[in-house]
Design a protein around this ligand. Structure first.
Ligand code: AMP
Length: 134
């Protein structure tokens, strides 16, 4: 399947590449939250983390870690958002797995807040049981 990110991978669409290896590559986001906002993208067009082999996903997070460290060194950023929008329900616009690495600064005014919901009495125990994973 061809996606925007396979086209960028193959050089059919120009990009500013900062990393490339056998499992993933990284480019500057064209519409950055802050300058240097990067995407770590699987070479293969997995749509979400569930489709992505564990070894590839683990590798991608380590590449994101390296890039984040480089951002701190290059820009002196104070923190970062490392995030995956996983399927359209979460806001994913490009259906090809990618990790956002976003440099953040104290008081940069960009914000990051999702609306909360509330548990009813006893509901948290039920949810915990549903999610308990061994
Ligand atoms: P998401 O909403 O998690 O799917 O994020 C997709 C990201 O891809 C957005 O942050 C876009 O700004 C970014 N994007 C879209 N087209 C390009 C492009 N041609 N080059 C670099 N980044 C892009």
């Amino acid at each position: 399947m061809e996606t925007l990110f396979t086209k960028i991978r193959d050089g059919k669409i120009p990009s500013k590449k900062i990393w490339s290896d056998e499992l993933c590559y990284s480019i500057l986001d064209i519409n950055p939250v802050n300058k240097g906002h990067a995407l770590v993208i699987s070479n293969e067009p997995y749509r979400n983390i569930g489709e992505c082999p564990d070894a590839t996903l683990s590798h991608m997070i380590l590449v994101a870690k390296k890039i984040e460290a480089k951002m701190r060194e290059a820009f002196g950023c104070d923190g970062s958002n490392i995030m995956i929008n996983n399927d359209p329900a979460s806001g994913q616009e490009v259906p090809h797995l990618h990790i956002h690495v976003i440099p953040r600064y104290d008081n940069d005014g960009k914000g990051f807040k999702l609306a909360h919901c509330e548990y009813s009495e006893g509901e948290m125990d039920k949810v915990r049981a549903l999610l308990e994973t061994r």
